[in-house]
Design a protein around this ligand. Structure first.
Ligand code: 16G
Ligand code: ZN
Length: 549
């Protein structure tokens, strides 16, 4: 009645653009910012309903990540701080594409019934709003707010300009009833970082890595947040370039996506940076890659991608677990922690071989954080990364509970022992690394602490294994849904015959591996190929692309 007329009235102020069909892909809705008003308004409604359904705080983030500055997008963070549950994605699509206010209202009424959403529950809806630095963000945030308001009694809190992982972190913290402001985020990251640094063996502290880190902020939100964070780190020197204040354009010739795909240094870096340790964030700071400039004569870089970050983290965690299990004392010393590694088909084959050599359990999922995250959550410690630099380490409640107890026990049995230090390090890592979603800022601090701990330069790190040469291509197609894959996107099941052709092509190349998959974000089919030389990888990718055309 009152609710319905409010919805109708406000929805009619946000008409859908003509001839646009959007889908809640791997990263929410994304498009040119000029057509997103009605979409974001409707996602505001969705967020309010999700909050009512879960009786928890929900997040709504306005960002288009590494895409161009004129694009924007919107996605929802669930109560855990993770991605919106996949079960609600079809409803998100239906809402976004409803032709007019009346159809929209009908869908909402039907969905409220089907999902049993309590409109007059104990708690009213509460949504945290965040946006990146895109100029279109402010008015889209207003559209989201209007959507939220059109569900009676709902409250939205504008958290301002944030990185995507900061918003996810806040949602998670708020629902856990712990301190959840932006300052709390900075304090948790910096104090757990300092804790890891204090636990570095003394002899290494002297010879450790003390040279500064130079960071490409992609002219986005990450650079400006890192400027705040770096003041709280006692001793780690960070120089931020492309912070957005120098007038550069967001993601243009800069940022983790550019650096990882093009394998060249970003604007603002050059021949004078030969040899130094560099890192690059993406536009909303949920991706991170490291790189170095090997020579003055070319713009090529030595890339240290998500796979190598994963390997570094796995090595460190494995070492701490093994130290911890050495002490035969105490009642709590016999817990067998399950450590699991999660990758996608894009992981360089050399990284997978390396991780398996370490004796680790490696699992594969389709592309997209929601899949990797879900898999990693099945372990006591689950480490997941996409090659593009998105990833984190998840710790189970059960494991953390045990480490806390073990630490208490060691405090009385073996205070200051190596085992206790390992326990404290694991606890610090679990606080430093974002438990909600991959986070470039927390990932960066963990890399820095580990490099310092083991006394490695970026060169030593990048030599952990040699990446196999690879090539990625995209092929524009009329209907990307015609390609259907299985086995974590490594095999094509539709259209028939293609997989056999891919196999035959791939078999011609030593160490050849290739796959195709429909993009989740663009109207293209993506091609990936790997082989023993760059020429071979290029040629394999090209012939696979021709099969698709
Ligand atoms: C999105 C995903 C990212 C994935 C990329 C693949 C999230 C938060 N982001 O950006 O993980 O690597 O899509 O794009 O899940 P594609 O499907 O176009 O290749
Ligand atoms: Zn991003």
């Amino acid at each position: 009645e009152e609710q319905q007329s409010i919805l109708l009235e406000s929805a009619s102020r946000f008409p859908t653009p003509e001839g646009v069909k959007l889908s809640y892909g791997t990263a929410g809705f994304r498009a040119d910012a000029s057509i997103l008003q009605s979409t974001v308004f409707r996602v505001g409604i969705l967020a309010a309903l999700r909050s009512l359904k879960t009786q928890s705080v929900i997040g709504l983030m306005i960002t288009a990540s590494h895409n161009k500055v004129s694009d924007n997008g919107v996605k929802i963070a669930d109560p855990s701080g993770g991605m919106l549950t996949q079960e609600w994605e079809p409803f998100a699509d239906a809402l976004a594409n409803a032709s007019d206010a009346q159809v929209l209202l009908g869908l909402i009424i039907e969905f409220i019934k089907k999902e049993n959403i309590p409109l007059n529950g104990v708690r009213s809806a509460e949504i945290l709003l965040g946006r990146d630095t895109r100029p279109s963000g402010e008015s889209l945030l207003e559209a989201a707010r209007q959507g939220i308001c059109s569900i009676l009694g709902s409250v939205s809190l504008d958290m301002g300009i944030l990185t995507t992982p900061q918003l996810h972190w806040m949602v998670r913290a708020r629902n856990k009833g712990i301190k959840s402001s932006e300052l709390d985020y900075f304090e948790q990251l910096s104090s757990s970082f300092r804790c890891l640094m204090d636990l570095i063996p003394k002899e290494r502290k002297i010879s450790g890595v003390v040279d500064k880190l130079t960071v490409d902020g992609a002219n986005g939100v990450g650079g400006e947040k890192l400027e705040v964070l770096k003041k709280m780190l006692n001793g780690l020197l960070i120089e931020v370039r492309n912070s957005g204040k120098e007038g550069g354009v967001l993601n243009e010739g800069v940022g983790a996506d550019y650096v990882q795909k093009e394998k060249v240094f970003p604007c603002g870096f050059g021949p004078n940076d030969v040899g130094i340790r560099c890192a690059s964030l993406d536009g909303d700071a949920d991706r991170l890659v490291y790189f170095s400039v090997p020579s003055k004569s070319s713009n090529k870089i030595g890339l240290v991608d998500g796979d190598k970050m994963l390997s570094l983290f796995a090595l460190f965690i494995k070492e701490q677990l093994s130290i911890l299990s050495k002490g035969g004392d105490g009642k709590l010393n016999n817990y067998q922690a399950r450590l699991g590694i999660v990758q996608t088909a894009y992981a360089n084959g050399a990284s997978t071989d390396y991780l398996k050599q370490l004796g680790l359990e490696v699992m594969f999922t389709p592309t997209g954080v929601k899949y990797l995250h879900e898999k990693a959550a099945e372990y006591d410690i689950g480490i997941y990364f996409e090659a593009n630099g998105h990833g984190t380490i998840l710790f189970s409640e059960r494991f953390l509970y045990w480490v806390e107890a073990r630490n208490d026990e060691l405090s009385s049995l073996a205070k200051g022992s190596e085992q206790q230090k390992a326990a404290l390090r694991l606890l610090a890592v679990s606080k430093l690394i974002n438990q909600a979603v991959g986070d470039a800022l927390s990932g960066l601090l963990l890399v820095e602490a580990i490099l310092c701990h083991i006394g490695w330069s970026i060169h030593r790190w990048s030599e952990l294994y040699q990446d196999l040469p690879s090539r990625q291509l995209k092929v524009k197609v009329v209907d990307r849904t015609a390609v259907v894959t299985t086995n974590a996107e490594t095999l094509v099941v539709q259209p028939p015959g293609i997989q056999e052709a891919i196999n035959a092509e791939t078999a011609k190349y030593p160490q050849g591996r290739s796959f195709i998959r429909p993009s989740g974000t663009e109207d293209v089919i993506r091609v990936y190929a790997e082989a023993s030389t760059q020429e071979a990888a290029d040629s394999l990718a090209n012939s696979i692309a021709q099969l698709v055309d």
